[in-house]
Design a protein around this ligand. Structure first.
Ligand code: FMN
Length: 218
């Protein structure tokens, strides 16, 4: 197992991003929920999340809502009858997931899979993923989080979501970012993010139209 030095950056709890000035406004942009899956103390995740949202923000076809699981902690015990406190915590996340047309999950790899915080957030919510696409940004040691992504594909298939083929993955992530959060060699990750977001946008638009034409009840 390879460990990296993790540095927490001060990410805004919720970021609604708008198209960059000058970009053609999209009258009906895809609502993209970006889920930051790691809640580990001293986590590296915000660096990856900040970089990724900086790639998504200029796109006129997307409008991103960053759901950082540190800012929206959910109860660790699942329940069909959540307490008022649990219901309040769920209300901070569930409607945002329901409103999304597409998801990007930002995940590290822990012991060849994804973090328990992410599984907990997914398991609390059964319906928001249905007939919607999911893309992945992963990071970790030598595997770049790809084993976490492969596990997540199985989970999202069970939830009737469509996972897009191409991912963004950071192998030995701690070596790739400068202390200020910028990538030392951004060209390939930027290209990978564009490819993944293009695929996600295609599916998001197509599935949104399909859900509108015929509600998904399979
Ligand atoms: C409990 C734990 C298990 C890990 N297991 C793996 C692993 O199996 N493969 C890997 O490449 N990296 C592994 N790592 C390294 C993490 O992927 C890396 O430290 C990453 O930055 C963790 O994300 P975070 O800092 O946002 O929590 C592990 C880290 C932790 C804390």
């Amino acid at each position: 197992m390879l460990m990296v030095t993790a540095t927490e950056t001060a990410a805004a709890p919720v970021t609604l991003t708008d198209a960059a000035p000058g970009a053609n406004p999209d009258p009906d942009p895809i609502r993209l929920a970006v889920i930051v899956g790691s809640t580990r103390e001293g986590r590296f995740g915000p660096k990856v999340a900040d970089w990724f949202t900086s790639r998504a923000a200029p796109r006129a076809d997307l409008r991103a809502d960053v759901i950082d699981l540190v800012d929206t902690p959910l109860p660790g015990t699942l329940s069909y009858r959540p307490s008022p406190e649990a219901a309040e915590a769920l209300a901070a996340v569930g409607p945002r997931l329901e409103a999304a047309d597409a998801f990007v999950v930002i995940t590290p790899e822990y012991n060849h899979s994804y973090p328990a915080s992410l599984k907990n957030a997914i398991d609390w919510h059964y319906t928001p993923w249905r007939a919607k696409p999911v893309g992945f940004v992963s990071y970790g040691g030598i595997s770049g989080g790809l084993r976490a992504v492969e596990h997540l594909r199985l989970v999202f298939a069970e939830l009737h979501a469509v996972t897009v083929r191409d991912t963004v993955s950071f192998h030995n992530a701690g070596d790739l970012f400068a202390p200020d959060g910028t990538l030392k060699d951004p060209e390939r990750p930027e290209a990978a993010a564009t490819t993944m977001l293009d695929q996600l946008a295609w599916w998001a638009r197509g599935l949104r139209e399909a859900r509108a034409a015929r509600p998904y009840d399979a």
